[in-house]
Design a protein around this ligand. Structure first.
Ligand SMILES: [Zn+2]
Ligand SMILES: [Zn+2]
Length: 216
């Protein structure tokens, strides 16, 4: 732990929360001298206090230890770069338009990375008036099915939840150029990109990564 960095973080977040040193000290049941010492980098919080400090400041313990808040770059709000997170325990689906530290059912979630298109995980998009009719060539059995499909453009996003025994098809109103996603409960996420409105959706370039495989 770099006490100066940790102290700097505590100071910054305390100020953001408009808390005085003694208010923070009171919440942690310690003396305000201790807070002052931390903030001046003259000592680090005891490990036994990290849990409570994390609660009070609303900052992850890991970030407190790093003494760094790592803000997202501006313009990370662009929905076209949305990241999906799925909890393998309860199937909770979460999205984020920037980097985020998310957890569910006691586990840290990693963003899903799209995979290369294959014969069993492939979509067909038909234009039907103002909609895209998306058909996924995929089984919909209880154990192996497409559990959601999503369509995102720079300013909006739609997620449609699918259930086993339903047909593997969805209908999205056309947005400006965007990306289509299909998520298989066993094999992960597929992403298709459209360069401009009306052009065809093609599988996105993908990057293989160690956290690409759902941990099941
Ligand atoms: Zn969960
Ligand atoms: Zn599959």
């Amino acid at each position: 732990m770099d006490c100066r960095k940790v102290g700097g973080l505590i100071y910054t977040v305390r100020k953001e929360k408009k808390m005085t040193q003694s208010e923070l000290a009171h919440l942690l049941n310690i003396s305000d001298k201790t807070i002052s010492k931390w903030e001046r980098g003259l000592g680090c919080p005891d490990v036994s206090l990290l849990g409570e400090l994390s609660n009070v400041l609303g900052v992850n313990i890991e970030q407190i230890l790093l003494g760094n808040l790592d803000p997202n770059e501006q313009d990370k709000g662009n929905m076209v770069n949305v990241k999906f997170y799925v909890c393998q325990t309860c199937d909770n689906v979460m999205t984020s338009t920037g980097a985020a530290g998310l957890s569910c059912c006691g586990r840290t979630l990693e963003p899903l990375l799209p995979k290369p298109d294959n014969a069993d995980h492939h979509i067909t998009v038909l234009e039907l008036e103002d909609d895209y009719f998306v058909t996924m060539a995929h089984e919909m059995s209880k154990d192996h099915y497409i559990s959601f499909a999503a369509y995102c453009s720079y300013d909006r996003m739609m997620i449609i939840k699918l259930y086993p025994e339903q047909p593997a098809e969805v209908r999205f109103p056309k947005l400006s150029a965007g990306k289509l996603y299909a998520y298989c409960n066993q094999h992960g996420l597929w992403e298709y990109e459209q360069k401009e409105l009306g052009s065809t959706f093609t599988p996105s370039e993908f990057v293989f990564s160690s956290y690409n495989t759902p941990h099941k």
